[in-house]
Design a protein around this ligand. Structure first.
Ligand code: SF4
Length: 116
């Protein structure tokens, strides 16, 4: 399997192989790349970010508190789109706990300017 490490701007090209149950990562410059390559091969995960509406119709940014399995990204995005946060939400507030039972919360990461 080939992929690119996304942990820093260097973007090292990784080649991940498995032989007799032993996973080998080549192309990484540091251990973060090795760990990323193993994770991508065995159980790829992603942190999900999106925008949600508030009770007064403004747009807030949110993200998952931790990465979720890559094959659940669209499920969690659908759930996030259903969320309506209170108009007085602040950065760091939890918009939803344990979303879809994935043991991650949905956290407010950005708030719009107040209405004038
Ligand atoms: S392997 Fe290390 S140096 Fe290369 S992109 Fe990943 S984090 Fe950056």
């Amino acid at each position: 399997m080939k992929t690119i490490c996304i942990n820093c701007p260097l973007g090292c090209p990784l080649e991940i192989t498995e032989h007799d149950g032993q996973i080998t990562v080549k192309g990484n410059t540091c251990n973060r790349g090795r760990d990323y390559g193993i994770s991508e091969y065995t159980r790829p995960v992603r942190t999900v970010t999106t925008l949600v509406r508030s009770t007064d119709g403004r747009v807030f940014s949110v993200k998952t508190s931790a990465p979720v399995p890559k094959d659940r990204v669209f499920d969690i995005l659908e759930r996030m789109r259903e969320i309506v946060v209170p108009a007085d939400s602040a950065i760091g507030d939890t918009a939803e706990e344990n979303a879809l039972g994935l043991s991650v919360d949905i956290i407010v990461t950005g708030v719009p300017a107040p209405r004038q």
